[in-house]
Design a protein around this ligand. Structure first.
Ligand code: HEM
Length: 450
């Protein structure tokens, strides 16, 4: 029989689990440095850290059917999002994916781009010269954009409570995913009660919007209308109200915090690397002149897109992704028993010096065509890959450059000295104390401002 992967012994009872709870990124890094790209971390639940690009391809592409999400993950997350894209597997997932993909096609993106630019403009109109926590700003902005893309409705009056309720869902999921054991929602703890109240309010809103939309579609197709009117190409069936609700909640949870976290790290990096900011500005001046950015400009903002790619390398919002094999498997000559808990870590693989020289250095030009040549596909997988990659990737890759370009045309952002910046590896990789910057308005949006 093949051996299990190597790994640290850790604590005699708790293995590596205490270290993992205290400092997951440090524990992963130390184990990977000592044992390599496939590590067994003992504990009440044995965790297999998978970081080799060949193994990642095997799991995500070649043997994709054998590697669904762990059932426990789906159960916990479904408390908030029901049976949507993230929490289903097999044929139910496949059917939802077929119906959801059209909502993210290129033709739809034009109308989303307008919402993204408009939302960013509204945010910038509010900014003065006071220091801003860009994490909070980006969370509010990305939620505003997503909600307007989903419903194409003016929800400004509801923004505060919807934002708080979606936050509550995420906090609850964070808590559930790390708690052993986690208490079911019907146990009346204060946390559960707050969660259920927030979910109930969101449900009321979402079902009301679904009902209104069934009666009359808006002039321009929003995400909800597209989801509602797209039949499953194989069965011809449409989504029920319940399925639409689950999909909307899924998109709320999956589609704003990920983008917000990435953009937060963009501002952290740019406020500390003036030379990189200068290059981004020079490119904006060249491509846009004195125009506002538009969707058609995004392919031409090549350096900005490399900056974003490099942020996603060093600060991947989904820093780990869980999978469980249905059948026994072999990876790199090691046995992976059925039912094992595998964590695929973008954070680790993106720092492997075999594929990235000076891995901790921020160097957008490592993504030029020449320097990318020969790098294995799965050395870099912020949006995953294979059939279950991120369905919102095109949305995110449109939103992020449009937001950054819009902000930089109107503001300089200086870092606030002394503000601590630390990772907070929750469900997404956040900044524990936020990212504080001082915005300075650029008087005339001047193309020569470099
Ligand atoms: C920088 C931004 C983003 C990153 C890095 C990202 C990354 C990912 C990753 C790694 C997964 C796979 C998770 C897993 O299977 O365990 C995923 C799935 C997903 N993402 Fe994203 N995402 C981003 C933005 C978005 C946006 C904007 C949306 C929607 C508007 C979205 C919607 C989804 C959905 C629905 C899934 C589940 C897909 C499925 O299982 O078929 N994401 N994302």
């Amino acid at each position: 029989m093949k051996p299990l992967p190597p790994g640290p012994r850790g604590h005699p009872i708790f293995g590596s689990s205490l270290g993992f709870r205290r400092d997951p990124l440090g524990t992963f890094l130390a184990a990977w440095r000592e044992y390599g790209d496939l590590v067994r971390l003992r504990g009440p639940v044995t965790v297999y850290l998978v970081a080799h690009p060949d193994h990642l391809r095997h799991i995500l592409v070649d043997e994709f059917e054998n590697y669904p999400h762990p059932a426990d993950f789906d159960r916990k997350v479904s408390a908030s999002v029901g049976q949507g894209l993230v929490t289903t597997n097999g044929e139910p997932w496949r059917a939802q994916r077929r119906m959801a993909e059209p909502a993210f096609r290129r033709e739809q993106m034009h109308s989303y781009a307008g919402v993204m630019l408009e939302g960013t403009r509204r945010m910038l109109d509010r900014w003065g010269g006071e220091p801003l926590d860009m994490q909070a700003e980006m969370q509010a902005l990305t939620l505003d954009i997503l909600a307007r893309c989903l419903f194409r409705t003016d929800w400004s009056a509801d923004a505060a409570w919807v934002g708080a309720s979606v936050r509550r869902q995420l906090e609850h999921l964070n808590h559930k995913l790390i708690s052993v054991p986690d208490l079911p929602e019907w146990v009346p703890t204060p946390r559960n009660r707050r969660f259920l109240a927030a979910r109930r309010r969101l449900d009321e809103l979402v079902y009301r919007l679904i009902g209104e939309r069934r009666d009359s579609a808006p002039d321009e197709a929003d995400l909800l209308t597209t989801l509602m009117h797209t039949p499953d190409p194989e069965t011809g069936e449409y989504m029920t109200d319940r399925q639409l609700r689950d999909q909307v909640m899924t998109l709320f949870v999956a589609g704003h915090e990920t983008v917000a976290a990435t953009l937060t790290w963009v501002w952290h990096v740019l406020s500390r690397h003036p030379e990189i900011t200068r290059r981004v500005r020079a490119e904006l001046a060249e491509v846009l002149g004195d125009r506002e950015p538009a969707m058609a400009d995004v392919p031409n903002l090549k350096y900005l897109r490399r900056v974003l790619a490099e942020v996603l390398r060093l600060y991947p919002p989904l820093w780990q992704v869980a999978r469980t094999p249905l059948r026994d498997d072999v990876l790199g000559g090691h046995r992976i028993p059925a039912g094992s808990f595998l964590l695929l870590s973008t954070y680790i693989t993106h720092r492997n010096p075999a594929y990235w020289d000076n891995p901790e250095g921020f160097d957008p030009d490592r993504f030029t065509r020449e320097r990318s040549a020969g790098r294995p596909r799965y050395a870099y997988f912020p949006f995953l890959g294979g059939p279950r990659n991120c369905v919102g990737m095109a949305f995110a890759n449109l939103e992020m450059p449009l937001v950054v370009a819009s902000v930089l045309r109107r503001f300089d952002l200086e870092s606030v000295p002394g503000h601590p910046v630390e990772f907070q590896p929750d469900l997404t990789l956040r900044a524990r104390h936020g990212v504080l910057v001082r915005p300075r308005r650029i008087e005339a949006a001047c193309p020569a401002h470099t």
